[in-house]
Ligand binder design. Structure first.
Ligand code: C2O
Ligand code: CU
Length: 533
């Protein structure tokens, strides 16, 4: 049956900017707790930039795709076209925001040389491939104190550490470069296909560095994924959601002032960008598409849905294909998480479909739990009836065999808190981040079961490096089908407990786990585990 969702009349732009201000104000207690939300101008201020912006006028940018085994990416300043009028000066991977999408076959080594060509203010940098299973030297360690960054306001870095102790030997110094080697192998087999991303991970400054533009997408392909009859080519689209605020000259605001203290340190941007564009449109044929959605925002969560009630068939999570597809009408996605969905636009032939974010029905209203409400982008569906040989198989990727040996009882609990005192900081098991400290050790080859516990009044998105994790339970109950699979980042509303299992294969060393709300991470909510032989 053909169903043509009517595009709602386009609201005048003034109404949109007012609405987005209201949205910020309505995002739960956030606006109340934070007098200046990410540089949001006070209501009523004149905003010439917003006036010129025509919703859905700009095409969706698709970042350039790099496929080579040996890549070089300069990290440099560039003028990026985001809002109408003046360009925005950003810190970029390769001159664009998002950076180029790297697309590589699993099981084959990829080397990426990152060259530091940013101004002095940037200090040292480090690049993490989020979702990759990599040697700890290649994992983008945050590092410690340097002459460019002689102190940390929030983390417990002892002075006088050697560069190996602090991880400074892994940093990229200004004017220098570092080549990261990604083997893309796990447990003797190619890694699973997945939608990953790469971004800066520097101590104390990850939020600032990513806000300025240091983020890009990475698609790992494998044979199983390629053998499925899923949409591919121009019908496989990565979408990076990231919110930013701009001043009247279209430049990024700097919301990372030291007075933003835990627990009121969640930065949100006033505008949500999709692949670096505000409210873009994309022309699609009346066929199935694979949409890979990354929430690269600092603090904002989204509750995705499609206008006209068009169904989304979720096929993958952070860690790639799920055992079976799940049909969903709304999808909650927090900072750092990814979902892949298949959408059949044949049901909206000749119409327009909007990707929207709405409120979480019945969800907690606490800081970080409330979602953005507003449109994100528009798909313009072709009027021609098109044959479509793609489909979504009933079985995708089976869960890994190691799960059979996973204990249901956690052997370690990661629990979060805010310290007291004049300079509150986030704590993991009573400590803020210390590059020399590991809170727990695991044996190489061991399958560990750990609990994530959020006793705070703020949501957290907990990401663990090194491997993919299977969710055993959420608050003592069996997780929903879209979480009963492998993932690497977990949404924890206040008072929630999540039990996860992961297998420590291939690499020894210290790996970080942290909140992917980037201010939380910078303000201490990061710890380490160590894999030992
Ligand atoms: Cu996406 Cu440790 O980060
Ligand atoms: Cu957090």
């Amino acid at each position: 049956m053909q169903q043509q969702p009517q595009p709602p009349p386009q609201p005048p732009v003034d109404a949109i900017s007012r609405r987005s201000l209201l949205t910020v104000a309505a995002a739960g207690t956030l606006a109340l707790a934070l007098p200046q939300v990410a540089g949001t101008p006070p209501a009523g201020a004149r905003r010439p930039v917003a006036r010129a912006l025509r919703p859905y006028a700009n095409p969706l940018p698709i970042p350039k795709v790099l496929t080579g085994a040996d890549l070089t990416i300069p990290m440099r300043e560039a003028e990026v076209s985001i809002l109408p009028g003046r360009k925005t000066r950003m810190w970029t991977y390769g001159g664009s925001f998002p950076g180029p999408t790297i697309r590589r076959p699993a099981g084959v080594t990829t080397r990426v040389r990152f060259q530091h060509r940013l101004p002095r203010e940037a200090g040292e940098l480090t690049v993490h491939l989020h979702g990759g299973h990599n040697r700890c030297s290649e994992d983008g360690h945050p590092g410690g104190l340097t002459s460019a960054q002689p102190q940390s306001l929030y983390c417990d870095i002892s002075p006088g550490l050697s560069s190996a102790e602090s991880g400074n030997d892994l940093l990229i110094f200004r004017g220098g470069e570092r080549t990261y080697t990604y083997e893309q192998v796990e447990d003797g087999a190619p890694e699973r296909s997945a939608f990953q991303w790469y971004h800066d991970h520097r101590l104390d400054r990850t939020a600032r560095n990513i806000w300025r533009g240091l983020a890009g997408m990475w698609i790992l392909d494998d044979e199983l994924d390629a053998s499925l009859p899923l949409p591919r080519g121009s019908r496989d689209i990565p979408l990076m959601l990231a919110d930013r605020s701009f001043d009247a000259r279209n430049q990024l605001t700097d919301p990372f002032a030291a007075q933003r203290r835990p627990p009121n340190d969640g930065v949100t941007g006033e505008r949500v960008l999709v692949n670096g564009a505000v409210l873009p449109h994309h022309r699609v044929r009346a066929q199935r598409y694979r949409l890979r959605v990354l929430n690269a925002s600092h603090f904002r969560a989204y509750e995705l849905r499609l206008s006209g009630g068009l169904p989304m068939v979720q096929i993958a999570t952070d860690a790639g294909l799920m055992p079976r597809p799940v049909r969903r009408s709304r999808i909650l996605i927090g900072p750092g998480e990814r979902v892949e969905i298949v959408v059949d636009f044949a049901a909206a032939r000749g119409g327009r479909v909007r990707l929207l974010s709405g409120r979480r029905p019945g969800g907690p209203k606490s800081l970080g739990s409330a979602t953005y409400a507003g449109p994100l982008m528009e798909f313009r569906v072709g009027a021609t009836r098109e044959p479509d040989r793609t489909s979504v198989p009933r079985e995708l990727r089976p869960l890994p065999a190691w799960l059979a040996e996973a204990s249901r009882q956690p052997s370690h609990v990661w629990s979060f808190a805010v310290s007291g005192g004049l300079r509150p900081r986030w704590l993991v098991n009573g400590r803020s981040f210390d590059p020399t400290y590991a809170d727990v050790t695991a044996k190489l080859g061991e399958t560990v079961t750990w609990e994530l516990h959020n006793p705070t009044g703020v949501a957290h998105l907990i990401h663990l490096h090194h491997t993919d994790w299977y969710m055993i339970s959420r608050n003592g109950r069996r997780p929903p089908p879209w979480e009963a699979c492998l993932k690497d980042t977990f949404f924890l509303d206040p008072r929630e407990r999540v039990v996860i299992a992961g297998r420590m294969s291939d690499y020894t060393g210290k790996y970080v786990m942290h909140c992917h709300m980037l201010d939380h991470e910078d303000h201490g909510l990061m710890s380490q585990f160590e894999v030992v032989a």
